[in-house]
Write a protein that binds this ligand. Structure first.
Ligand code: GLY
Length: 366
């Protein structure tokens, strides 16, 4: 086992470590045992990740005296549902999980959000550990305590802010990640460069080949930088009363595209990629930034083989309706995160629906 980077999410009594390294899955029991009181653990995983890694995690936990129940859900966004959460809660009840038991999320963003949600409501909250295995979960969703399930009327609509006790990022798991899911995570990586760190954006531009090849050093570098930025933001604004909203760059249109496609078209990062390009274009149209910002963001996303244009098969009205159902609508007004320059964004709370519809309309026409 090698721990390459260690970071803290500083939230006073709820502070926790993010460990990034290799061979961490085999040692997860040792790391989790001191952080939880009981010795009953549910490992929530999915049908892709479970067969690869759950036995390793189970063994490591059992070596520390844990009694382990593995719960495997079908892979995919459709599992992030109320019904799936209820099924997991039933398993915990059947196995007599109690207040000192814990839930361990082993998988990507869907598993982490769902397992965290279950942990947050089971007996009013039990301990929870994130072991993210996708790039998207490692750089974003496993850190910061946003846990949720989707509702037919909106993404992440039923959820909580509920921090994990530990985030264990084992870079070895990236070797088995499908290429499309690697690229999907890179969209969120690019996002950090645009919103907070122009130097990081330049680093990404200069290391595209190593990043696409999943070079270990490059992967460790980008994951650690994203986690550092996220940890700083979450420590400042855990419940998204202010600056944390900047992490939603690309997500207003992105969530609209995802929901309009019934989660069958774009992966989350792919939809966010399109959303980031369109938000940059809108910002330039409003005179907030140079057109060059969109050009650079789109070029980098294309190098990472991500979409930069909305899928013309989607219906404009459905995308607009989906967007208006999102949490990024306040008092009927769309909230957008718009770039002022690379590395700097602003939260704009009264974006015109008509202007966004016109922007999307053009996408669908071409
Ligand atoms: N994914 C955005 C956030 O955690 O705030």
């Amino acid at each position: 086992m090698t721990v390459l980077k260690e970071l803290e999410v500083a939230l006073e009594a709820r502070s926790y470590q993010i460990e990034i390294g290799t061979g961490l899955l085999e040692q997860c029991g040792e790391k989790i045992a001191p952080l939880v009181k009981g010795r009953q653990a549910a490992v929530v995983t999915d049908s892709n990740v479970g067969p690869l890694y759950s036995a390793m995690v189970q063994k490591s936990l059992e070596q520390q005296g844990f009694v382990v129940t593995v719960v495997t859900i079908p892979a995919g966004e459709s599992s992030k549902s109320w019904q799936q959460a209820e099924q997991i809660l039933t398993v915990l009840l059947e196995h007599r999980f109690h207040r000192d038991s814990c839930v361990i999320a082993l998988g990507g963003g869907v598993v982490g959000d769902l397992a965290g949600f279950v942990a947050s409501v089971y007996q009013r909250g039990i301990a929870f550990v994130q072991i993210p295995t996708s790039l998207l979960a490692q750089v974003d969703s496993s850190v910061g305590g946003k846990v949720a399930v989707n509702h037919a009327l909106g993404k992440n609509m039923i959820g909580a802010f509920y921090q994990p006790r530990l985030v264990l990022i084992d870079l070895d798991t990236l070797q088995t990640l499908e290429q499309r899911h690697w690229q999907n995570g890179l969209a969120e990586v690019v996002k950090y460069g645009v919103i907070y760190d122009a130097e990081f954006f330049r680093y990404l531009q200069q290391h595209t080949a190593a990043i696409l090849q999943r070079d270990l050093q490059a992967a460790a570098e980008i994951i650690a930088n994203c986690c550092r930025l996220k940890a700083e933001v979450v420590a400042l604004d855990e419940r998204e009363g202010g600056v944390r909203a900047k992490l939603n760059y690309g997500h207003t249109i992105g969530h609209g595209l995802e929901l309009a496609g019934h989660y069958q078209g774009y992966l989350h990062g792919e939809a966010v990629a399109v959303g980031m390009v369109l938000a940059a274009r809108y910002a330039a149209q409003k005179g907030m930034c140079d057109a060059e910002v969109e050009t650079e963001v789109a070029a980098l996303l294309r190098q990472f083989m991500l979409p930069t244009k909305a899928d013309a098969a989607l219906a404009l009205t459905e995308v607009m309706d989906s967007m208006m159902l999102d949490k990024k609508v306040q008092d009927g007004k769309l909230v957008f995160i718009l770039p002022e320059a690379l590395g700097r964004v602003k939260i704009i709370k009264d974006v015109s629906q008509e202007e966004i519809a016109a922007l999307l309309q053009k996408e669908f026409e071409v």
